[in-house]
Design a protein around this ligand. Structure first.
Ligand code: ADP
Ligand code: MG
Length: 626
């Protein structure tokens, strides 16, 4: 076949292959256009999951009649001046409308503020229909029918109606978070309607919009982030470590108001939370980055969800630093929100003390155990009063006034209860009462330190707390001086693409500080002579390749640092005071003082609180004294 120029429609269909993946991408493009036009209300209606109909109506600037034909022509945009490096709108490529028009039936009805009437234009599978007068309010209505009718192959890839609808819903929410001053409504044929009234552009308004999208409990479980470095500003909210998800879908990121899905940002969030979350849990985050448009490239992919930062290390460092700092300052909150739930569970006359989830499992376990006849578990047995009885015993009986009464009995009669109270009963020193975690008064159940401040009762999980302290100390040691390394008997040669080898060599000094000694070994290879002793026997090839990937992506060697941190965490877990060890009063107080002095000690390495604080006022309320 000779070379020939493709037809306009064919070119547009090829572009559509990248820009218009599914109904949600049409909605994204149309909503972005509405927002670029300064709309304060955006109304979206879909049918058949968006495949039979998508209609987006806005009250924005509108398109003059004489420009309608241009709006649907390729490479025509009102948003880009002469500088591709200065993009301040969501759109700039001038290809969404012609792409949609090449694979669907598209009509645009619009009216500007100038007083002329409204006009309409259509394009169906690339065939342009003439402009004609229409009736409409100020603003624009874009209607897309029969999506992909002109490209049946793509149609086959669509998931069910419900899946497409939900992808569209997610898309609208994602965009809406960045535009709290705009009212959004989304109605589909499945009667699920999303309504997001405008909340305003103030910080409170922004948070209110976030709550509309992510749920009312998010703000209560989130910490504000606000940080700045070298002209890059980061704002938003991240969840406290006890509020997590099983996947990272609830991590929203925006660069200059544009929703993005960015590996660097996701990696930075993971790194920031690595210390406080188990590996299979994910934080919930909403982060807004603002920076000079010239220092970020949004023209990476036609769908505009990818970005490239000119200084990825700066952006990553800012995100990790800001989140870690906020988490460190919020240790107390992480613990307190747990205490609030506890107080609710305790409320007299309320529901009997109920554990979520596993409690029923315990109960059936107990029932099975009793039925087996193995136990001294029968009612009336002394075991029921013994401190060794399973914790859930009290639940088998309806508890009166919300308290499990035999829980109390155990406190009175157990010989251990008094033996555990090692700190004695003398009034504690006034100075200790003024500290954040107070004066230790007793150790109970061989693991819980009960302390007293001027206005609260503090209960510390000694194992969790100590584990965290050991971990922080290890990490400090790790990052304050060079990490000890061990020589390999034979240097290990890792073959890599030449660029990767070059990149690793450029970072060799930093790597050496973390105990990884490597150097160039001819073209396309590095020789590893030393590895961090902490890693023990390690897969050097894999480690080096992972590092090369990361340097290529992010220009950092965080992978190695994170790996070492994880090992420090494991070591801490094994090296710390086990529950069950009896502590002297001085030891308990020393632990409390150390916790106060250590950032991040409010949560253990797995994100659970290391202590809870019950305010005296709340305790008095429980007893009806207030
Ligand atoms: P881009 O958004 O990249 O400019 P589009 O193909 O999405 O490209 O839109 C082409 C042009 O049509 C826009 O530049 C804008 O001038 C005009 N336009 C599209 N949608 C709207 C709208 N809802 N309100 C006002 N103008 C619009
Ligand atoms: Mg556009």
């Amino acid at each position: 076949m000779p070379i020939r120029q493709l037809s306009e429609t064919m070119i547009n269909q090829i572009a559509a292959g990248e820009v218009i993946e599914r109904p949600a991408s049409v909605v994204k493009e149309l909503v972005e256009n509405a927002l670029d036009a300064g709309a304060s209300k955006v109304e979206i209606v879909t049918a058949g999951g968006g495949l039979s109909l998508i209609r987006v109506t806005d009250d924005g600037s509108g398109i003059p009649e004489r420009e309608l034909a241009l709006a649907i022509a390729r490479h025509c945009t009102s948003k880009l001046s002469d500088d591709i490096h200065d993009i301040r709108s969501l759109g700039f490529r001038g290809e969404a409308l012609p792409s949609i028009g090449s694979v669907a039936r598209l009509s645009i009805r619009s009216r500007t503020a100038s007083g002329d009437g409204a006009a309409e234009i259509g394009i169906e599978g690339g065939r342009v229909l003439p402009v004609k007068p229409a009736a409409a309010n100020r603003g624009t209505t874009v209607e897309v029918r029969d999506l992909f009718f002109a490209t049946p192959a793509r149609l086959k890839f669509m998931k069910g109606e419900r899946a497409e609808s939900s992808a569209t819903g997610d898309m609208v929410k994602r965009i809406a978070i960045a535009f709290p001053a705009v009212r959004f409504t989304l109605a589909g044929s499945d009667r699920s309607t999303l309504e997001l009234p405008a909340t305003g552009g103030t910080p409170e308004g922004r948070l209110a919009r976030v709550a509309q999208v992510m749920g009312k409990d998010f703000p209560d479980n989130a910490i504000a982030i606000d940080a700045q470095r070298d002209g890059v500003h980061l704002a938003g909210h991240v969840s406290i470590p006890s509020y997590t998800r099983a996947n990272a879908l609830q991590q929203y990121a925006y660069v200059n108001g544009r929703p993005v899905r960015d590996k660097l940002i996701a990696g930075a969030i993971r790194g920031a939370f690595a210390d406080v979350l188990p590996r299979d849990r994910h934080a919930v985050t909403v982060l807004f980055l603002s920076l000079d448009p010239a220092t970020v490239d949004v023209n990476v992919h036609p769908a505009k969800a990818d970005v490239r930062f000119r200084d990825p290390g700066l952006v990553r460092g800012l995100i990790v630093g800001a989140i870690r700092e906020a988490l460190a300052g919020a240790g107390i909150r992480a613990a307190t929100s747990g205490a609030a739930g506890l107080m609710a569970a305790f409320r007299p006359g309320g529901a009997p003390f109920a554990h979520p989830g596993p409690a029923s499992g315990h109960r059936s376990y107990e029932a099975a155990y009793r039925a087996s006849g193995l136990s001294g578990f029968d009612r009336g047995s002394d075991l029921a009063r013994s401190p060794q009885r399973p914790l859930d015993m009290g639940e088998a009986r309806p508890a009166r006034n919300g308290f499990a009464e035999n829980e109390q009995a155990a406190f009175d009669t157990s010989p251990l209860a008094s033996a555990d109270a090692r700190a004695g009963t003398a009034e504690p020193a006034e100075a200790l009462l003024g500290t954040a975690l107070g004066a230790a008064r007793a150790q109970v159940h061989e693991n819980y330190i009960v302390a007293q401040t001027r206005d609260s009762l503090v209960i510390v999980d000694q194992h969790a707390a100590h584990e965290r302290l050991v971990y922080e100390a290890l990490k400090n040691a790790l990052h304050s001086r060079a990490v000890p390394s061990q020589m390999l008997l034979l240097p290990e040669i890792v073959d890599l693409p030449e660029e990767d080898a070059e990149r690793l060599a450029m970072h060799s000094e930093t790597l050496a500080r973390f105990g990884l000694g490597l150097e160039r070994f001819g073209p396309g290879a590095v020789a590893v002579r030393e590895t961090p002793s902490m890693l023990g026997e390690t897969n050097v090839q894999q480690l080096v390749r992972d590092l090369a990937d990361e340097i290529a992506d992010n220009d950092t060697v965080e992978t190695l640092k994170e790996r070492l941190d994880r090992i420090a965490a494991t070591m801490a877990c094994h090296g710390s005071v086990r529950s069950g060890r009896l502590l002297k009063a001085e030891e308990m107080n020393a632990l409390l003082r150390q916790m106060e002095a250590t950032p991040g000690s409010g949560t253990c390495n797995h994100g659970r609180p290391t202590y809870i604080e019950l305010k005296l006022a709340d305790i008095e309320r429980l007893f009806g004294r207030r």
